[in-house]
Write a protein that binds this ligand. Structure first.
Ligand code: FPP
Length: 231
């Protein structure tokens, strides 16, 4: 039985959940934001070392301006409400994705939380914001080329390629959970999930409770991970 160190979540279904209740889509995102707190606390209490949440993809810019603007406000809402509790729980905030393309005030709020929690030694709560995996891989290749141009001798290996990814300081992703019924990866951590276990649940993100999260961890424990080998 292998330990589950790093869980990554595709938090899907906010819009459909809101619609089913007769609310605007934004209400789904708001309840979903509170749920990031609930699942982060549950994950931390369960001894998970890193939790990566897909908060905004490089494809999400295609949504209406109104919805994009709303999504970019969520870090304000989240950290205003929960930063004290995250500090108490010793949780460290990090971010993966292209920060330079995020509105300046949103980037500032994220950076402030990253700085404030940088000495915390508990679970890493890692926000994928303006994140796309293909973009991350192309960025890594370009950074390698730049290093080579500036005289560095590099023999590219799986290990040192990993150093060029946003996730270089995080443990391997053990488990990916996607809520709300879709069974796809949507450009999320393509390199990192080569050997991850996958769980797709029909429950929409706003209704994905800590108990359901713990059920996923139990399910993971019963998986027979062979990493291509034979036991
Ligand atoms: C997918 O649901 C969800 C998102 C695109 C946004 C997820 C963001 C959060 C839950 C909050 C993030 C919190 C912070 C602090 C940044 P959807 O809108 O695609 O749902 P649908 O498929 O039902 O339309």
């Amino acid at each position: 039985m292998s330990e589950c160190k790093h869980v990554a979540i595709i938090m899907d279904g906010n819009g459909r959940w809101a619609k089913s209740k007769g609310y605007p889509r934004t209400q789904g995102h708001l309840v979903g934001t509170d749920n990031v707190r609930n699942i982060a606390i549950a994950a931390n209490d369960a001894g998970i070392k890193a939790l990566t949440v897909y908060a905004f993809s490089t494809e999400n810019w295609k949504r209406s301006k109104e919805e994009v603007d709303y999504l970019m406000k969520l870090p304000f809402v989240f950290f205003k409400k929960f930063i004290d509790e995250l500090m108490e729980k010793n949780i460290k905030i990090t971010m993966i994705g292209e920060m330079s393309e995020i509105p300046k005030d949103t980037a500032k709020v994220l950076q402030k939380a990253i700085d404030q929690t940088s000495s915390n030694t508990g679970m890493v709560l890692n926000f994928a914001m303006n994140y796309g995996s293909r973009n991350e891989i192309v960025r890594a290749v370009n950074n390698i080329l730049n290093d080579v141009k500036s005289g560095k001798e590099i023999n590219v290996t799986e290990e040192n390629f990993n150093d060029y990814l946003y996730t270089n300081n995080l443990p391997e992703v053990d488990l990916v959970i996607r809520t709300s019924g879709e069974q796809r990866i949507s450009n999320f951590l393509l390199w990192q999930i080569a050997y991850s276990e996958l769980i797709f649940t029909d429950v929409p993100w706003p209704e994905f409770t800590p108990d359901k999260f713990l059920e996923c961890l139990d399910n993971f424990k019963n998986r027979d991970r062979r990493f291509g080998g034979i036991k």
